[in-house]
Design a protein around this ligand. Structure first.
Ligand code: AVI
Length: 321
């Protein structure tokens, strides 16, 4: 048997894919869904009527923008740092309000994709040219380390879209702890958390009839095919979603419709699937106030207040150290 040491893999993606597909039960990391095509599919998901998260959070920001901008602002200028900026559709509501009220701030959108940042910067130049934008390309982790060094200006850290929901609770605590370490006493964190609700609404959001979520989920296999010489036949896998109302965890799977063997040439691997064997691909955690307080407590943060939409579908929480 070959020695599968870390050095034999051409990338972390290759290594993680090998690990996930040789484990039992099989798994893949959802962060690898997001290449150019995955980003585009996620934009399509956000525009779907079933994907309530976007419109609920948009409503919260729209209804409360005056209060939120007041809470963010301070006598001196501050840095508004957005982790995972995306297309900034929701953030533009807040930026517009901050500009209209003449608050002094710099907007620092952070994203792994320079392409996404360039598009956002150009859009802001056209739509809200008064905003001073300083894009930060990198992972959240790298950026948070860098942020910890900027202690002279007040920081407001923004994480929208319930992105934290794609982490397990222990990963979420680590993520919040990293943010807490980068924060000073005056700083605050404004973060979106999708809430527990009628399980059918959640199932519909992650299992749309048009099959956009299925294509998004299968983009993992498409990437393995393109980047690692995989031979996955997409139609031989079924997108499957579950939601556990007790834990609030939605889980996505790809289930093999038949017994099959799939070669992945660049990993020198042949993966054997039994009929109806699964690959776990993503969790989308749903929260309530008790879970959010517990996560905050574990990470050394305090929940100061929250903003909800009229149906308590989604909440944005303000945390301090
Ligand atoms: C990015 N993230 C918060 C999305 C979610 O809701 O978990 C990703 C997604 N997966 C399926 N649909 C959307």
């Amino acid at each position: 048997m070959k020695n599968q040491s870390a050095t034999m893999f051409e990338s972390v993606f290759a290594e993680d894919t090998h690990k996930g597909l040789t484990s039992y039960p099989k798994f893949l990391h959802s962060k690898y869904i997001y290449d150019k095509k995955g980003d585009k599919l996620f934009q399509e998901i956000m525009a779907m009527p079933e994907y309530y998260l976007t419109s609920c959070e948009f409503d919260i920001l729209k209804q409360n923008k005056t209060d939120i901008a007041k809470i963010f602002s301070s006598e001196n200028s501050f840095d508004l740092i957005e982790l995972g900026a995306g297309d900034g559709k929701k953030t533009k509501l807040l930026l517009k309000e901050l500009v209209d009220k003449n608050y002094k701030f710099n907007y620092l959108p952070v994203d792994i994709s320079q392409n996404v940042l360039d598009e956002l910067e150009n859009a802001l130049k056209d739509e809200i040219p008064q905003v001073s934008v300083k894009t930060q390309q990198g992972t959240y982790f790298e950026t948070l380390e860098k942020l910890a060094e900027y202690n002279s200006r007040k920081k407001v850290i923004l994480v929208l879209g319930s992105n934290i929901g794609n982490l397990s609770h222990s990963e979420a605590v680590d993520f919040l702890r990293n943010i807490a370490v980068a924060m000073s006493d005056d700083d605050m964190l404004f973060m979106g958390f999708d809430q527990k609700k009628d399980p059918q609404i959640i199932m519909n959001a992650y299992n749309d009839p048009a099959g956009i979520t299925e294509r998004f989920n299968k983009n993992l296999l498409v990437r393995i095919n393109h980047e690692l010489g995989g031979e996955f036949e997409l139609e031989k896998f079924k997108h499957w979603e579950t939601y556990d109302p007790e834990t609030g965890t939605a889980r996505s799977f790809l289930v093999s419709k038949e017994e099959q063997r799939v070669k992945i040439h660049r990993l020198e691997l042949e993966v054997k699937f039994d009929a109806w064997e699964s690959i776990h691909t993503e969790i989308s955690q749903k929260y309530d106030d008790a879970i959010v307080s517990w996560l905050a407590d574990e990470a050394g943060l305090l929940v100061e207040r929250n903003f909800a939409d009229s149906n308590n579908c989604f909440k944005n929480y303000i945390f301090r150290r």
